[in-house]
Design a protein around this ligand. Structure first.
Ligand code: HAM
Length: 425
C-alpha cells in the first residue's frame, strides 16, 4: 500500500481519461464563443462572507459542505474554497464595475469547485463545473437562451436524452406567502415527518419539497404548488420563458417540486437530467435566476441568470451511455537509431520535426534498435524513423509499423510526408 493517497472524495484524472475531459472543455469553450459568453477566472477561494451571503447561510452547501480555510492569524480574513462559481463571479461583477459595461454581461467559467460532501458515485469533494452567467438582463428571453445552451452542450457531448426540468420559485414579493402556506401544510403533518426534515422545516421549508425521503415524497403529493402562488409579474415571466422555449422547439418538463439548494434563486429554476434518471445525485446540471444576488453582494439591483453543468457527471454519463470519446493520441512517429548511444541525433531529428508542428517523440534510452522499435509499436506510433548509415547522405529509413514495410526517405522530405500521413492521406 502506498503511504499517501488522494484525499477522500477527490481523485487523480490520469492521462487516459484526460482527452475526454479536454473534449468537453473544447465543446464548452466553442459554445461559449458562439453564444457570446466570455471567459472569466476567479480565485479558488474567497472570503467566507461571499458564499454565506451569496449562496445563503442556511443551505447544505454552507452549513455542511463549505471547505473553510484555517486562518493563519487571528485577525486575518476568513476564507473558504469555492463551492460553486456564481457568488464569486457576481463578486467580480461588482468589484470591477461591470454594471457600466454593455448589459447583460455574459460570462463563463470552467473549473474545479469544492464541497465537503459525503463522497459517492458522481458526488465528489472536488468536482468540475462549466458555469454560464448572464448578468444584467431580467429575461424572459435570456432564460430560454441559457436553458437551450445547456441542452446544446449535452447533445454535443453525445447525450441526446437529457431534458430540462423547469419551475418558477417566485420572488421575495410572492414567495413568503407560499412558504407560509407550505409551513402550515407540513405543520399539520409533523408526526409523519422524519426528525431531520422536521429541523429543516424551521429553517428552510422549501427544501422539504425536493426531499427524496419516501415519507416526504408521499406527503409532497398534496403539498401546495408554488406556481399556483406566484404574483402576476412572476407568473407572466414564467409563461413567457415557456413561450420562448416553445419558440425554440425546446421541450421542458414542469417540476413543481424543483426548488434548488441555494438561496439566491428567484423565478426561473431548472435542472438537467437524463430521461428516466431523476435521482438526486443524477442532476447533470442546474441553474436559475438570481435577481437579488448582485445587490446582496454590494452592487445595485441587477437581475441575473445562469447555470452550472457538472462535468464529472457528464463524463460518468458518457461512459454509462457508451458514448465514444477521444483517447490519448500516440505520436505519429518515434525516432529510433541503429546506434544505441546516438541519443543526440535522435533528439535533434525529433526536435526539428516538432518545430514543424509534428507530434514526434525520440527514443532516448540507450538500448538496441529492436527494443526501441518494440517500444514505438507498443506506444501505438504509426511510424519509426530509423537513423543509420544513410544519415550521412541526408536519408533515413521510414518504417511503417502498421504495414510492416520500410523505405528510404530524404530527411528533408519527412515533414511534408508525415504531415500528409497525420492528416490521413
Ligand atoms: P448546483 O446545482 O449546486 O448549482 O450544481 C450544479 C451541478 O454541479 C450539479 O447539477 C451537479 O451536476 C454538479 N455538482 C454539484 N455538486 C457536485 C459534487 N459534489 N460532485 C460532483 N458534481 C457536483 C450551482 O452550483 C449553481 N452555481 C448553478 C448556477 C449558476 N446557478 C446560477 N448560475
Amino acid at each position: 500500500m502506498p503511504p499517501y493517497r488522494a484525499p477522500r472524495g477527490t481523485r487523480d484524472l490520469l492521462p487516459a481519461e484526460r482527452p475526454a475531459w479536454r473534449a468537453l472543455a473544447d465543446i464548452a469553450r466553442s459554445l461559449s464563443d458562439a453564444y457570446g459568453y466570455r471567459e472569466i477566472e476567479t480565485p479558488l477561494f474567497e472570503q467566507v462572507d461571499v458564499f454565506e451571503r451569496g449562496v445563503g447561510a442556511v443551505t447544505d452547501i454552507i452549513e455542511k459542505e463549505l471547505f473553510r480555510i484555517a486562518p493563519r492569524t487571528e485577525d486575518a480574513e476568513v476564507w473558504a474554497l469555492r463551492p460553486e462559481g456564481t457568488a464569486g463571479i457576481v463578486r467580480a461583477y461588482v468589484q470591477h464595475g461591470m454594471q457600466t459595461w454593455p448589459q447583460p454581461v455574459r460570462l463563463m467559467l470552467l473549473g474545479p469547485m469544492f464541497r465537503y460532501d459525503r463522497p459517492q458515485a458522481g458526488r465528489y469533494r472536488q468536482f468540475w463545473q462549466w458555469d454560464i452567467e448572464a448578468i444584467g438582463d431580467a429575461g424572459p428571453a435570456i432564460d430560454a437562451e441559457i436553458i437551450e445552451l445547456g441542452l446544446r452542450f449535452y447533445r454535443e457531448a453525445g447525450l441526446e436524452d437529457v431534458e430540462v426540468h423547469l419551475n418558477s420559485i417566485g420572488d421575495p414579493g410572492c414567495r413568503p406567502a407560499y412558504i407560509e402556506a407550505l409551513g402550515a401544510f407540513y405543520a399539520k403533518r409533523l408526526d409523519e415527518l422524519p426528525p431531520h426534515e422536521r429541523e429543516r422545516l424551521a429553517t428552510n421549508p422549501l427544501r422539504l419539497l425536493d426531499s427524496k425521503d419516501p415519507a416526504l415524497v408521499r406527503i409532497n403529493v398534496d403539498a401546495p404548488v408554488i406556481t399556483e402562488h406566484l404574483c402576476d409579474a412572476c407568473a407572466d415571466h414564467f409563461a413567457e420563458v415557456k413561450d420562448h422555449l416553445d419558440a425554440l422547439g425546446v421541450e421542458h418538463r414542469p417540476e413543481t417540486g424543483l426548488v434548488r439548494g441555494l438561496d439566491y434563486y428567484t423565478r426561473t429554476a431548472f435542472e438537467y437530467y437524463r430521461r428516466g434518471r431523476e435521482g438526486q445525485q443524477q442532476a447533470l446540471g442546474g441553474g436559475g435566476r438570481y435577481d437579488g444576488l448582485v445587490e446582496l453582494l454590494g452592487g445595485k439591483h441587477t437581475p441575473g441568470i445562469g447555470f452550472a453543468l457538472g462535468l464529472d457527471r457528464v463524463i460518468l454519463t458518457q461512459q454509462d451511455a457508451g458514448v465514444e470519446v477521444p483517447s490519448v493520441r500516440p505520436p505519429i512517429a518515434v525516432v529510433v537509431g541503429a546506434d544505441p548511444g546516438g541519443t543526440a541525433e535522435r533528439l535533434r531529428v525529433a526536435t526539428d520535426l516538432r518545430a514543424e508542428g509534428l507530434p514526434v517523440r525520440a527514443d532516448l534510452a540507450i538500448r538496441k534498435l529492436g527494443r526501441q522499435l518494440e517500444a514505438a509499436a507498443r506506444e501505438g506510433s504509426r511510424f519509426a524513423i530509423i537513423l543509420g548509415d544513410e544519415l550521412s547522405e541526408g536519408n533515413v529509413q521510414l518504417r511503417d509499423l502498421e504495414a510492416a514495410s520500410q523505405k528510404v526517405v530524404a530527411i528533408d522530405d519527412l515533414p511534408a510526408l508525415l504531415l500528409r500521413k497525420s492528416q490521413g492521406s
